[in-house]
Ligand binder design. Structure first.
Ligand SMILES: *Cc1c(COP(=O)(O)O)cnc(C)c1O
Length: 424
C-alpha cells in the first residue's frame, strides 16, 4: 500500500490537514444588511407586527411569492408553524397523526400540542417517511400525516400524497429543514394542505427563531391566523380591509416581533445565493466520489429540489458505519451518524423519551388518555427497527456556507480513501 493510502487512523497522513470550516447556513451569511435592517427598525420603535406596511407583513408577502402560494403567516417558531398548520387543517383531540421516526422531536410535540396523538412510522432509504409504512399505520383515527423533508432532501412526496389521498388524510409538510427546497418543480410545502418553515438558528435562513405557515387554502390560512393569535379578531375589528370568512376561536399566541420579520426579510433575499452555494458543494462532493464505492446513496426522489445541505451514504452494516466514522474523523472529516459519541441524535424517535413515556403536563394524561381518544398507540425504543437499521448504517456529510467546493472534494476524497480500505 502506498503511503498516501494508509489510513490516518493507522498513522497515515490525513486527507484534510486544516480543520474544515464549520457554520450553519443562515447565520453565517449575516452581514451589514441584517444589522442595518434591525437597527432601522429599532430606531423606528415600531416593534409590533400589526403595523401598516410592517416588516413581518412584507416578509409574508415575499415568502408567499417565493413559495408560489397564496397565503403565508409568520410565527415565532417552526413548532408554532406546525401547530398552526395542524390545527388549521382540523387536527385535535381524538385524532392520530402519522409522523416519521426520523425528524426533530418538535414534529411529534406539535401534534401533541393540538391534543392529538402522534403515531410514529418507519423511514426508508430516502431517510424520509416510508409510504408503505405510512399506509400500514393508518387506523380509523388517523386524521393527518406529516411528511418531513429532512436535511434538505425532499421526501417521497408523490407516493405519500397518493396514500393520503386514498385514505382522506390531511397533509402538513414539515419543511423546517428544507427551506427553499422543491419537488418536481414546485416548492415543498405547497403540495400538502399546509407547509411549515422554521427560521431558527440552525436553518437555511434564520431570524434566530421564527417560523412560517403557508397554504393555498384560504380557510386553512384563516384558521392558522386564529391559532397564532387569540386577539386577532379584536385587532382587526376596526380594519375595514380585513374580512374573515371563518369563525374565529381563541388559542395561544405565536406572534413574531418585527425584529424577527425584518431579519427574515433580509435572509430571504439571500436564499438564492445560499441554495446555489450549498448545491455546488454537494455536486462537487458527489462528483469526486469513486464510482466503485461499496456503499449505496440515500435515495433522493427529486435531486433538482434538494437544497444541498447534506449528502448521506448507507453502508452494509452498523459496525462498518462506526468504523467509517472513526476513520473519517482521523482523516479530518466529521460525519453524522446515529452513534455520535455522547451526543445522541435527537432527530431519532428512540431518543424522544418524553413522548415514548407518554408524559403529559396534566394528571389527566392527555392526549393519550383523553376520553375522546379511542385508539391504543404504543411506543417503544425499538418500534421502528428499519428506521434504526437504516440510520445505523448511514453516514451524513454536512455542507455549509463557509466551505468551498475544494473542501467538499476533500470530504469526498476522505470517503474514497476510507472506503477503499474498509469497504467490501
Ligand atoms: C427545526 C425543526 C422543527 C422546529 O422548529 P423550531 O423553529 O425549532 O420550533 C420542526 N421540525 C423539524 C424537522 C425541524 O428540523
Amino acid at each position: 500500500m502506498a503511503n498516501g493510502d494508509k489510513l490516518a487512523i493507522d498513522g497515515g497522513t490525513p486527507v484534510v490537514s486544516e480543520p474544515l470550516p464549520a457554520g450553519v447556513s443562515g447565520p453565517s451569511v449575516v452581514d451589514e444588511e441584517e444589522i442595518s435592517a434591525i437597527t432601522d427598525l429599532l430606531r423606528s420603535q415600531g416593534l409590533f407586527r400589526y403595523r401598516h406596511g410592517g416588516q413581518t407583513a412584507q416578509f409574508e408577502a415575499e415568502a408567499a411569492e417565493f413559495l408560489g402560494v397564496e397565503h403565508a403567516l409568520m410565527v415565532n417558531s417552526g413548532t408554532s408553524a406546525l401547530i398552526c398548520a395542524l390545527t388549521a387543517v382540523g387536527v385535535g383531540p381524538g385524532d392520530e397523526v402519522i409522523v416519521p421516526g426520523y425528524t426533530y422531536i418538535a414534529t411529534a410535540a406539535a401534534v401533541i400540542a393540538t391534543g392529538a396523538v402522534p403515531v410514529i412510522a418507519e423511514i426508508d432509504e430516502s431517510l424520509g417517511l416510508d409510504p408503505k409504512d405510512l399506509e400500514a399505520k393508518i387506523t380509523p383515527y388517523t386524521k393527518a400525516v406529516v411528511p418531513v423533508h429532512m436535511r434538505g432532501v425532499p421526501a417521497r412526496l408523490d407516493d405519500i400524497l397518493e396514500v393520503a389521498k386514498k385514505h382522506g388524510l390531511k397533509v402538513v409538510e414539515d419543511c423546517c429543514q428544507c427551506v427553499g427546497g422543491s419537488y418536481k418543480g414546485q416548492r415543498v410545502g405547497s403540495y400538502g394542505d399546509a407547509g411549515a418553515w422554521s427560521l431558527n438558528y440552525y436553518k437555511t435562513i434564520s431570524s434566530g427563531e421564527g417560523g412560517l405557515v403557508y397554504t393555498n387554502d384560504r380557510d386553512v390560512f384563516e384558521r392558522a391566523c386564529f391559532t397564532a393569535d387569540p386577539g386577532l379578531p379584536m385587532w382587526t375589528k376596526t380594519d375595514a380591509s380585513v374580512e374573515w370568512r371563518n369563525e374565529s376561536f381563541p388559542r395561544q399566541t405565536y406572534r413574531p416581533s418585527e425584529v424577527l420579520g425584518s431579519m427574515a426579510r433580509v435572509q430571504l433575499g439571500k436564499i438564492g445565493d445560499i441554495l446555489a452555494h450549498q448545491r455546488a458543494l454537494k455536486a462537487a462532493f458527489l462528483g469526486e466520489l469513486d464510482e466503485s464505492g461499496s456503499y449505496s446513496h440515500q435515495h433522493v426522489d427529486d435531486p433538482d429540489g434538494d437544497t444541498g445541505v447534506s449528502a448521506s451514504v448507507i453502508v452494509h452494516d452498523k459496525d462498518l458505519a462506526i468504523g467509517y466514522e472513526h476513520a473519517l474523523k482521523a482523516e479530518g472529516v466529521t460525519v453524522g451518524t446515529i452513534y455520535n459519541d455522547g451526543f445522541p441524535d435527537r432527530h431519532i424517535y428512540s431518543y424522544w423519551d418524553t413522548i415514548l413515556a407518554k408524559r403529559s403536563p396534566h394528571p389527566s394524561g392527555y392526549p393519550w388518555k383523553d376520553p375522546s381518544y379511542k385508539g391504543n398507540v404504543e411506543y417503544s425504543e425499538d418500534m421502528c427497527p428499519r428506521t434504526l437499521d437504516i440510520l445505523g448504517r448511514s453516514l451524513r456529510f454536512d455542507f455549509n456556507m463557509n466551505m468551498t467546493e475544494e473542501h467538499a472534494r476533500l470530504m469526498a476524497r476522505a470517503l474514497n480513501k476510507v472506503d477503499a480500505a474498509l469497504g467490501s
